[in-house]
Write a protein that binds this ligand. Structure first.
Ligand SMILES: Nc1nc2c(ncn2[C@@H]2O[C@H](COP(=O)(O)OP(=O)(O)OP(=O)(O)O)[C@@H](O)[C@H]2O)c(=O)[nH]1
Length: 417
């Protein structure tokens, strides 16, 4: 086979992963990292919120890799404040490769959902050392089929750019993700709209960002000439862009645990009342009476959450949440979160107010009707109970069976006659 100039290019290919908040970038990275592709990748993660949550979500999967992966984190908007950090990270990788400590098959940069990919891409053409070491292979844009139209339509203040439009315009390939959430007719309409912004980039439909790593990595998609044709100012480093100032990120980090019921109603109420303005919510929560971390995500009103791995023995229990959205009232978000904290004093008080003490003889409304027994424990919890749930009593029935009363009322448990 005849080798093209690009085939023999020894520089490390770089993929910029972009796409609006919640479109599926981390899901794609997790998919790439768990898939056996035999490539040694460096991942550069960038988050808009001050609290890193994606690294916690990614860490789990990287453990699955036999080869050590390199993950670098940067906070802030990659296209503004941390662009210089990106250069530093790239130079550090270059030094390791030059020393022979590291052989790299690719670099993937996950930008924040609010980043304009152009200035990130620019880095690979204006920084000489970076240019010698790496080449921009492609800008891959994740598109959330459910929410993209709303973001493309968003009215921006004078002078501020629409990041969703920029992300589509600069894509070398688009992954139209979350196809499970819309109908065929919607997909056709969206594809037409995407094509009207960017005629060149192929569009691949997918769910859960499930595409072959080969269709994302080393695709030789980026073409500087075409980009300059579209944006003659592309290489002009002076031309700074402006973000919409009404879009902010609010992070909460709180030691201790939350009350599961209260936190659920807090999150659900936010989704219901502020779902349009909150683009993105993410969190890792420490739930009282629960050994596992609760990890959740929301993109507008679509919520997904689950109990993930257990807290380590010596790990400090702390909850971390990030909200990104329009017109966020940071104080209110924090205040209401604080109200959902687990209150040890209230818990003790509840315990003191229980009607029965350990040793009291009671009758319980068990599965086969009323049965006699003795209270053996107050505020009882077992791992088979729903997360965060504590039963007021554990009771030993006269036949020896251990049961629990889920509530302290006469319909379920009463004084033995
Ligand atoms: N229904 C559905 N949900 C999806 C799909 N792909 C991803 N998600 C969910 O969408 C949410 C956001 O996905 P992420 O991969 O974290 O999105 P992201 O682009 O990295 O988000 P940011 O880092 O906030 O910009 C998660 O809860 C995913 O599980 C899909 O195809 N269908």
């Amino acid at each position: 086979m005849v080798k093209t100039e690009q085939d023999s290019d020894p520089r490390v290919p770089v993929t910029i992963l972009t796409g609006f908040l919640g479109s599926g970038k981390t899901t794609l990275l997790n998919h790439i990292l768990t898939e056996q592709h035999g490539k040694k990748l460096a991942i550069i993660e960038n988050e808009f919120g001050e609290v890193g949550i994606d690294d916690a979500l990614l860490k789990k999967n990287t453990k699955l890799q036999s080869e050590e992966e390199i993950i670098e984190m940067m906070n802030g908007c990659i296209c503004c404040t941390v662009r210089q950090d990106l250069v530093v990270v790239l130079k550090r990788l270059k030094e390791r490769v030059d020393r022979g400590d590291l052989k790299l098959d690719g670099i993937v940069i996950e930008t924040t959902g609010l980043a304009d990919p152009a200035p990130v891409a620019q880095t690979f053409f204006v920084e000489e050392e970076v240019q010698q070491f790496s080449r921009l292979d492609g800008i891959v844009t994740l598109v959330d089929a459910k929410h993209i139209e709303q973001h493309l339509d968003a009215e921006k203040p004078e002078g501020a750019e629409n990041e969703a439009v920029e992300q589509v315009a600069f894509a070398d390939r688009m992954l139209l993700n979350k196809t499970d959430l819309v109908e065929e007719a919607d997909l056709v309409r969206i594809e037409k709209r995407l094509k009207s912004i960017n005629t060149n980039a192929p569009i691949v439909r997918c769910t859960q960002s499930q595409v072959s790593p080969d269709s994302v990595l080393n695709i030789r998609g980026f073409d500087l000439d075409k980009t300059l044709e579209m944006d003659p100012e592309f290489l002009n480093t002076e031309g700074e862009h402006e973000h919409d100032d009404t879009v902010t990120s609010c992070s909460i980090v709180e030691k201790g645990s939350v009350d599961f019921e209260k936190i659920q109603s807090y999150i659900m109420r936010l989704l219901r009342e502020k779902g349009t303005d909150i683009y993105r919510m993410k969190g890792v929560l420490s739930v009282a009476h629960c050994q596992k971390k609760f990890v959740y995500h929301a993109v507008h009103m679509i919520f997904g959450g689950d109990f993930a791995e257990e807290w380590e023995e010596d790990e400090e229990r702390v909850s971390k949440l990030v909200f990104i959205g329009k017109n966020l009232d940071h104080e209110e978000l924090k205040r209401e979160f604080v109200d959902a904290r687990f209150d040890q004093d209230a818990f003790e008080e509840q315990k003191r107010n229980l009607r029965f003490k350990v040793g009291d003889e009671v009758s319980c409304n068990a599965t086969d009707g009323w049965a006699d027994g003795v209270v053996v424990k107050q505020m009882y919890r077992s791992e088979f109970m729903p997360p965060g749930f504590v039963a007021p009593y554990q009771i030993k029935l006269t036949n020896g069976t251990l049961i629990y009363a889920p509530m302290d009322n006469d319909d379920l448990i009463k004084k033995r006659a």
